[in-house]
Ligand binder design. Structure first.
Ligand code: LMR
Length: 313
């Protein structure tokens, strides 16, 4: 099994390194446009192998897509990260061109690969990759729900004083401030979260989750990488081991939840064919309203991408 991670920045390198630690892949290729970056990080990862006991070697490549040929899964992390004061949407013009050209190269050498998009603005870059890849939408989707849910779970674990392992949660919508954490679908080892935390505290955690990426950007001056890289790696593992895991992912909707022709975060089953099923929850009116608002925002940014394409055509 072969996986390619495009972009050897913080997120891409973390994703490749987490995959190496999982130790189930024959080949991980890490590709970057900048001479030496992917090679250097791959070498560093290999030198960690005797310490952490894994045999998966990451191969670093500068911009030669022929070396990615016949990948089973490709993770696209290319593009600029945001800086303090920017929203993810501010990255659209720079990152759209990068994601388009990366996807075209990937599609040329690995026509059957499942493509996972991590670049921002996430929902719209996933749409961009889908248009460029010209393949079944079940094989082109975005990582974000696992990351956002992980932030929500981590904040809840802190507040409740329990292990984050014991918190199960789902979150929907776009990967931005309009995302929709769902307390009705949040439990702590089966106990409804509302029995363990006050409504005020829960509201504050939901708000913090929505701006969780920005909190890190403000602290670091650039965006997060440990959790995003690990989240993408978890998706790769679920696909290649055909685990049928249920995760929130950015998926192309064709009528689910009343939405059509939009990429939006929804719960899906991930297996060897990519998205094997989109799960439709019975949302209440308040949840539906929040999801509609989120979808409207994503659609606006998708329209910006469509206009850019018309201008460049
Ligand atoms: C994140 O949520 O960490 C990423 O989308 C990066 C960002 O700019 O917030």
């Amino acid at each position: 099994m072969k996986v390619t991670v495009v972009g050897a920045g913080n997120v891409g390198a973390t994703c490749a390194n987490v995959l190496a630690h999982r130790d189930f892949l024959q080949e991980v290729v890490l590709l970057d446009i900048k001479e030496g970056t992917a090679e250097g990080k791959s070498l560093d990862s290999w030198q960690q192998a005797p310490i952490d006991y894994y045999s998966t070697k990451v191969t670093g490549i500068t911009n030669d897509y022929s070396k990615t040929a016949d990948s089973d899964v490709v993770v696209i992390t290319s593009g600029l990260p945001r800086k303090p004061g920017m929203s993810r949407d501010d990255l659209i013009s720079t990152n759209a061109n990068i994601v388009k050209s990366v996807t075209e190269s990937i599609a040329q050498y690995s026509p059957h690969a499942v493509i996972i998009v991590v670049s921002n603005p996430l929902d719209v870059m996933t749409y961009c990759a889908y248009l460029a890849a010209k393949k079944d939408s079940k094989k082109v989707f975005g990582m974000a729900g696992i990351l956002d849910t992980a932030r929500y779970r981590a904040f809840l674990a802190d507040e409740i004083g329990c292990s984050p392992k014991d918190i199960q949660a789902i979150l929907m919508g776009g990967h931005g401030d309009t995302m929709v954490p769902l307390p009705r679908y949040t439990t702590v080892s089966g106990i409804p979260v509302t029995e363990l935390i006050t409504p005020d505290k829960l509201t504050a955690i939901i708000q913090r989750t929505k701006v969780g990426g920005g909190e890190i950007v403000n602290l670091l001056g650039t965006s997060a990488w440990y959790a995003p890289g690990a989240a993408a790696a978890q998706m790769v593992e679920a696909i290649l081991k055909d685990e049928k895991r249920i995760f929130p992912c950015c998926a192309w909707l064709t009528g689910e939840y009343g939405f059509k022709d939009i990429y939006l975060g929804v719960p899906v089953v991930l297996g060897k064919n990519g998205i094997e099923k989109i799960i439709e929850l019975q949302l209440n009116q308040e949840e539906k309203t929040l999801l509609n608002e989120s979808a409207l925002h994503v659609k606006e940014v998708m329209d910006v991408l469509d206009q850019m394409k018309r201008v460049n055509a």
